[in-house]
Ligand binder design. Structure first.
Ligand code: SF4
Length: 434
């Protein structure tokens, strides 16, 4: 198996797993590609997602398409790994006999052994990242100790365990040496970091250490949890030159009965107080959050309260999902999926329409301002970049006219914002800026 293609499905945490595997394989002379345009390899490894219905369906469709690709001779062998296998391994083996090798989420050594290779412990902090050279994800922990009633992740990824600060600064230094400028911290639950190793939240300390790494210019924080939020982090964010004025903090809902049934460990009043505190302590911060609509028992008035909360607290970036009734979760086992799908979709649509207005007003407020923009790529004669308020893949971009200038990926330039739409910005480089 000298040529391996990996198809990575799901979240950035899965991508880091695929990158770790690619690093091990390459170090032992195997040619590896992640998400190639066209699969063509001796072995195709599919890293699946098993979080919710739609994601599971996408994973299964990808497996079935791969079996087609094998029939046409583009791949010799297919092996499947990741969250879907961890969750539904037995059913998959029974129903898709064409696949002979199935691996869960912690089976890296086994995948390598089945290829006659060995895990090389010396390169565990020397990951080859597959994202554009100037940014990379840093997964600070695995698993989750929370018990949100709608969520299957704890049963897939297990209990929370943090990587040590030493391991993470070594990995980040390695990434910086590879040219990474923007480090995106991810986890199932970022703010829980350190509680399992030192019985205290170590995220503020970790961020302070990562800031010291030469070459890293931007540090971005994703997947903060609202309950028992480490307030010291806000001071670190406010005083930092490198931490982007950006925080991803999924809230899921605001109505007390729904938050209670979701087992989120925080109520409406505490949530509002936290958001007010974050905005006060970190002026100008862009908040990204995620909402879940259609949870069992969500009344019209609960949903209206959520819309009211969004109008009052005006999150700069919002992702939203319709509730998916997942077996094995607390809600999946004890509640009825009572909200008709038509109503779920209608609420999702209404929520995102409201967010479109909020996002447009926020973006219009940026017109005329000069903002640092990191350059991601060139496309159709335009330079595409992102502000500190925008994370790759999930948030918006800035389209910049070249004006005869060359821009290097990963460089950061002051850009004057000239126009804005709901989800995009347009800008021009400052003429005399270096
Ligand atoms: S914090 Fe809640 S939603 Fe997030 S991974 Fe853990 S259980 Fe799931």
């Amino acid at each position: 198996m000298r040529k391996v293609d990996i198809i990575n499905l799901g979240c950035s945490k899965n991508l880091v797993d695929s990158e770790n595997l690619m690093t091990q394989l390459r170090s032992q002379g195997v040619t590896v590609r992640i998400d190639p345009e066209r699969v063509q390899a001796d072995l195709l490894l599919i890293n699946t997602c098993g979080f919710i219905g739609d994601a599971k369906e996408e994973s299964i469709n990808t497996i079935l398409q791969a079996i087609e690709a094998r029939r046409s001779g583009r791949v010799r062998e297919i092996r499947v790994m990741g969250c879907l296998v961890e969750r539904h391994g037995y059913e998959l083996q029974e129903n898709i006999p064409e696949i002979t090798h199935w691996y869960g989420v912690n089976d890296e050594s086994k995948i390598l052994a089945d290829l006659g290779l060995k895990l090389n412990p010396e390169i565990l902090n020397q990951r080859i990242h597959s994202t554009p050279g100037h940014y990379a994800y840093l997964k600070v922990s695995e698993g989750c100790d929370r018990n949100c009633s709608f969520c299957a992740i704890p049963m897939i990824r297990g209990k929370h365990h943090s990587k040590s600060i030493g391991e993470l600064t070594a990995e980040a230094s390695w990434l910086a040496a590879q040219g990474v400028k923007e480090l995106i911290l991810i986890a199932q639950d970022l703010t829980y970091y350190g509680l399992d190793i030192e019985r205290k939240q170590l995220l503020p300390e970790l961020v302070k250490q990562l800031e010291q790494i030469e070459g890293i210019e931007w540090i971005r924080l994703h997947y903060a949890y609202p309950a028992k939020f480490p307030m010291e982090l806000l001071k670190v964010m406010r005083n930092s030159e490198k931490v982007c004025s950006y925080l991803d903090i999924p809230l899921q809902h605001i109505a007390d009965p729904v938050l209670k049934a979701m087992n989120r460990g925080i109520n409406s009043a505490e949530t509002r107080k936290l958001i007010e505190k974050i905005r006060k302590e970190v002026p100008g911060v862009a908040l990204r959050t995620t909402f879940l609509v259609g949870f069992p028992g969500e009344r019209d008035e609960d949903f209206k309260q959520l819309l009211g909360f969004m109008s009052d607290y005006r999150f700069e970036r919002v992702g939203a999902f319709a509730y998916s009734h997942e077996e094995g979760t607390l809600a999946g086992e004890t509640l009825t999926d009572s909200i008709p799908d038509k109503v779920k979709q209608q609420r999702l649509k209404e929520l995102m329409e409201l967010q479109e207005d909020i996002s447009l007003k926020f973006n219009k407020g940026l017109v005329g301002r000069t903002i640092p923009v990191i350059i991601d790529r060139e496309e159709g004669g335009m330079i595409i970049g992102r502000t500190p308020y925008d994370s790759p893949e999930v948030d918006q971009e800035v389209m910049i006219g070249k004006n005869g200038r060359e821009f290097v990926g990963g460089t950061i330039h002051p850009i004057i914002i000239t126009d804005a739409t709901e989800y995009d910005l347009y800008g021009s480089p400052i003429i005399n800026a270096g």
